[in-house]
Design a protein around this ligand. Sequence first.
Ligand code: SAM
Length: 451
Amino acid sequence: MNEYDSMRMIDTLRESHRLEITADLAAADVLILNTCSVREKAQDKVFSQLGRWRELKEQRPELIIGVGGCVASQEGRQILERAPYVDIIFGPQTLHRLPALIDETIRTRQPSVSIDFPEIEKFDNLPPPQIDNVSAYVSVMEGCSKYCTFCVVPYTRGEEFSRPFDDVVEEIVNLSEQGVREVTLLGQNVNGYRGRMHNGRIVDFALLLLYVSEIDGIDRIRYTTSHPFEFNDSLIEAYAELPKLVSHVHLPVQSGSDRILGAMKRQYTAAQYILLAKRLREKRPNISISSDFIVGFPGETDEDFAATMQLIEQVRFDQSFSFLYSARPGTPASTLSDDVPQQIKQRRLALLQARINELGRDISNRMIGTEQRILVDRPAKKNPSQLSGRTENNRVVNFDGPRGLMGRFVDVEITMALPNSLRGRYLGCESTVSNYLPPQKSILAKPSPIS
Ligand code: SAM
């Protein structure tokens, strides 16, 4: 989400002030730090980075320093107490005001602050995204109203709101006209999407997927991050009916203990999550499931952690983003005693990560000898004479092939599985790239939470 927001800042400043991105700090007129406050560590990094920029500002007082994102949203003017040389403070929902904030700070020579949550105004005021890749992010809903007890997001990004349906579809049509082949639909709880159509009808995420898969040129659809509570029957059915929807889902579970899930206010049990994974696999037997975990939530016992490890065995996750619990100011959980000793938290995290890495490696090894379709999106990192693309289940494949394959879907045979990537042998490139099959029946059903 932050990467997406950063790209929108670049788009807007390119249009308003003809600013271009530079890797050379000394050449920059404006420095912007887009921040995350989901864990304390990310928040701490903000002030160390600002400390490094202070000297530049002393040398060049006309340099404009901005802080955006969730730390800006949470701390507001207080940032100026620790870093008085910051000129602009803006939140995730006010990034479209960046041009006006820059003008204001130049005019008044005072810091400008704008951290409210004006909802849809942002999208009405941002220029259309400029894309130079075959893969693009599209924000479909913003904010979060789940209020999980550990999470700061509702307080920094505001309440959940969905972008109008037609606006999202139009944006993706425009992207496809710029050559985009793969879209990743974004939202904090993206499957909680409830968008208004031009006729006033409110529709769910599965219907949005159906429309997106009808757009010519868009051949692969991903989304992140979905919430298990919002995973309704129509979305499960979409895996049977929409071949453009990749065989990978990122579905944060956080814990396998019902007691902890209840204390986190996640609104599902471990058994409901396991059932959901099973139903998805019935529709897409090869679907790979990745997840987020928090270890060491207040009161987490050895039994609770064992339940998480048991859930991992049952679901057989492919990848994880897993974190030590970090108390965030203003969240309900921050009033609980952070009572799991650091050493135990770290040991549990290491066990969990080791097991999920093992499961992921098994999946990679089983891919050896299979044919995979990848979207070629860049030269390989380590050996730029090779090409690189991603499989449906989000693995990087590096292979030897002609440059002309850049931006195209190609088939490769997987020849080797390395810890962070796969090697492949080029088999062929689609002449007509679309593998789209029209849906046979409507997937629109009344949204219902998992039961
Ligand atoms: N909306 C998604 C959900 O909860 O289903 C995830 C959004 S959150 C920005 C990304 C991940 O950060 C969460 O899934 C969680 O694992 C982690 N996270 C959030 N708050 C945390 C905290 N206080 N301590 C540790 N990890 C945290």
